[in-house]
Design a protein around this ligand. Structure first.
Ligand code: SF4
Length: 417
């Protein structure tokens, strides 16, 4: 099977290592990795030149078919536009000249600095935009606060609306919303708010960072499950084919077609091929994984690498590649491995066992998968097809060892969905 995701490269480029607000849960500033204090506040012109040359080198041998660039921070809209524009143009040219089959450009912002100039800029360069928001004003302003401890909801929503067509030229960039799950929150209410009050059509909800070295109790895990089920039930109730919730779509894609099941495998591999580039041009592992341990940071400067394979054979990234292809021992008899992959890297991690753990939110994930599957079966999808697809997506070329499905329990259906 040709697997284009095995030839993907995703770069999170830290165009700004400063932020205009101070969210209480921010992994970048408050997650234990203080390297931002020693980095230039914004991506330097020298680093931008080195990144352009790096992109030329690592794509010259056809090793990258699919390139995704995320302009990230801190707050990326604090960075100078010309520097971002240079990298956006360099990446787009790789697609135009056929060196890379597909190039995607994206920016994740807190929405506070969105103005006409940024809308023109993102439109001209084909940069998709996502806005971070954690629910209605009360929920969002619990954690997403500025440096004067004021809530950011009103300004973030204003930014989202500007991006959605509320600007001088009526350009609709169709921004997405990105939200962190609140174990005490109401998932259904949050989805309804995003759709009915904000007008969003694309969104995702992320599990909170944290792995086995943090004290995450059963109440928090149950809260995560309730939140996910709330989002799912509200999504089902709305029966709106245009409403895309990423974490639901990922599971449905896996369970509804054999091709989708194969792609789920590819997506898991892609997760381990995400790199972060600091404002000085240093490469690290995926952004949240950088906070796990110093070995995932500063694996080398972009100028040090000529080939993608060199990067992924460094010890830290080889460890993450291995983890992406290897079921933790506790997941090896789990029927949901094909859809779950043990959760995110950070939710799997412990200092003692590395990534050889199930997600800290394992029980919540199982509850979610059970309810989605029960809903599909009630809708007429044969359980045998779902089980076959879980096997298909769970065992794949290159797997170090996948789960043993030969004696696994039947997928357990939740009676009351
Ligand atoms: S549901 Fe739990 S045991 Fe199953 S694959 Fe996910 S983390 Fe592992």
């Amino acid at each position: 099977m040709h697997n284009k995701e095995a030839k993907s490269l995703d770069l999170i480029i830290k165009v700004a290592e400063r932020c205009n607000i101070a969210c209480t849960y921010c992994y970048f500033f408050f997650g234990g990795d203080d390297s931002h204090k020693h980095h230039p506040p914004y991506l330097t012109a020298d680093a931008a030149s080195e990144i352009e040359a790096f992109l030329e080198r690592v794509t010259a041998d056809g090793a990258v078919e699919n390139l995704m660039i995320y302009f990230h921070g801190g707050e990326p809209m604090m960075a100078p536009k010309p520097i971002i524009g240079r990298i956006a143009r360099a990446a787009s040219q790789l697609a135009e000249t056929g060196k890379v089959a597909e190039v995607g450009l994206s920016m994740q912002t807190n929405g506070m600095l969105v103005n006409e100039a940024w809308i023109r800029f993102c439109t001209e360069h084909g940069i998709g935009v996502g806005v971070s928001l954690d629910g209605d004003k009360a929920a969002n302003d619990l954690h997403r606060i500025d440096k004067n401890r004021r809530g950011t909801y009103d300004r973030a929503v204003q930014g989202f609306r500007r991006l959605s067509g509320g600007n001088d030229n009526g350009v609709d960039l169709k921004p997405g919303l990105l939200s962190v799950i609140d174990p005490q929150g109401d998932g259904a209410a949050r989805l309804d708010h995003f759709v009915d009050q904000i007008g969003a059509e694309r969104m995702n909800f992320l599990s909170p960072d944290g792995g086995h070295d943090k004290d995450i109790g059963q109440a928090q895990i149950a809260g995560i499950e309730n939140f996910m089920l709330g989002v799912f039930r509200a999504w089902v109730r709305r029966a709106d084919g245009n409403l895309r919730v990423r974490f639901i779509k990922d599971v449905l894609d896996t369970l509804l077609s054999d091709e989708g099941a194969r792609t789920c495998t590819a997506s898991a591999q892609r997760m381990s091929r995400i790199l972060t580039v600091s404002s000085d041009g240093m490469l690290s592992a995926e952004d949240t994984a950088r906070t796990l341990d110093a070995r995932f940071r500063d694996i080398g400067h972009v100028r040090d690498f000529d080939h993608v394979a060199q990067i992924f054979s460094t010890p830290a990234l080889a460890e993450m590649q291995h983890a992406a292809l290897t079921a933790p021992e506790a997941c090896q008899s789990c029927p949901w491995w094909g859809a779950c992959r043990g959760g995110t890297f950070t939710n799997r991690y412990s200092a003692r066992d590395g990534f050889d753990n199930p997600s800290v939110y394992c029980d919540a994930l199982k509850g979610f998968f059970e309810e989605v599957t029960a809903w599909l079966v009630r809708g007429g999808i044969p359980i045998e097809d779902i089980e076959r697809r879980l096997i298909l997506s769970g065992s794949f070329p290159g797997a170090v060892h996948g789960p043993d499905y030969t004696d696994h329990k039947k997928v357990h259906l939740r009676a009351s969905a």
